[in-house]
Design a protein. Structure first.
Length: 315
């Protein structure tokens, strides 16, 4: 008990001394004020750093301008040519199949001819890293024939056929040529909220595959794709994203290797492509999340056969 008692006496003596010495009391108060100011300055510096980090992330998410189209969306009576405009220091990538463009999509190198109903989506990529919010425009090309009006089918639902081969030769060889378009559909729903990289996606063949008039693969054959990127929603309004690559088509036990893939980006609450961080106050950035990317069962995309593939005899 002796040591605590001595400490108490010393503290009490110091307090009494401060009370009797105005200069010492003033110095003590000044020291406390300086400590409070230093603490406030530290908090301000920390907040400034957080704001700077948010601004940096915001710049990467929303400050790359969207591409612009030279022709307004709408209905047209004849084919048209559409140019995509973006800042010179950016690279533009686009799609016409309904999937979200990525850096693996077709690079824009010149005007696009639209001769049927088509939706063009485009992004501008800066420095190979930051990308803009996707821009989208739908063009309906209609051709008048007298009093009737014929509406062309969407490009995304129009697929070519494999190179023609005489039926007799196709029957003998039963080879699925490289580059043959393969129209696939999703056999189940997929969401960026639950998907992981490496997940296998069940698909089915949407149409018969033919060489000439000979059916080589019947509609409904199973296929598989692999998730290559799955990112859920984030703060700052960042939506979820899914990307996948076609893997193979199963033809009576023979796996036909496929090439091609696509991506899907989540949408915002107003139905646009994404939530732009530019329009969210910094104070509320961390409270706003984008929406998950969703791919519905029955969604379609086109892959291609990656190499000439012999098929088993027809049953």
């Amino acid at each position: 008990m002796r040591i605590p008692l001595i400490s108490f006496v010393l503290v009490l003596s110091a307090a009494l001394a401060l009370g009797q010495d105005p200069a010492a009391m003033a110095a003590h108060q000044a020291n406390e004020e300086a400590m409070r100011n230093a603490q406030q300055a530290s908090q301000n510096a920390q907040q400034a750093m957080q704001n700077a980090q948010a601004a940096t992330l915001q710049e990467g998410l929303g400050n790359v301008p969207r591409p612009r189209f030279s022709v307004k969306p709408g209905a047209y009576a004849s084919p048209l040519t559409v140019k995509i405009k973006a800042p010179r220091e950016t690279t533009v990538y686009y799609t016409t199949d309904g999937w979200t463009p990525t850096k693996d999509s077709t690079r824009y190198t010149g005007p696009i001819t639209v001769d049927s109903t088509t939706t063009i989506q485009a992004i501008a990529v800066y420095n190979g890293l930051w990308h803009s919010i996707p821009a989208s425009a739908t063009y309906t090309v209609r051709q008048d024939k007298g009093s009737s009006l014929t509406r062309s089918e969407p490009v995304a639902l129009t697929y070519g056929t494999a190179p023609s081969v005489p039926p007799s030769q196709a029957t003998v060889n039963r080879v699925l040529p490289q580059g043959t378009p393969v129209h696939l559909v999703f056999a189940s729903d997929l969401s960026s909220k639950k998907a992981d990289v490496g997940d296998k996606i069940p698909l089915t063949l949407a149409d018969d595959l033919k060489v000439g008039d000979v059916v080589l693969v019947k509609k409904g054959a199973p296929a598989v794709a692999t998730v290559t990127d799955a990112d859920g929603t984030h703060i700052l309004g960042v939506p979820g994203e899914i990307a996948f690559e076609a893997e193979s088509l199963n033809v009576d036990g023979v796996l036909v290797k496929l090439r091609g893939g696509a991506a899907r980006l989540g949408r915002d609450r107003e139905g646009g492509a994404t939530v732009s961080a530019l329009f969210v106050p910094v104070a509320g950035l961390f409270l706003v999340h984008g929406h998950d990317a969703e791919i519905q069962r029955g969604a379609s995309f086109v892959a291609t056969v990656s190499e000439d593939t012999p098929l088993p005899p027809a049953k």
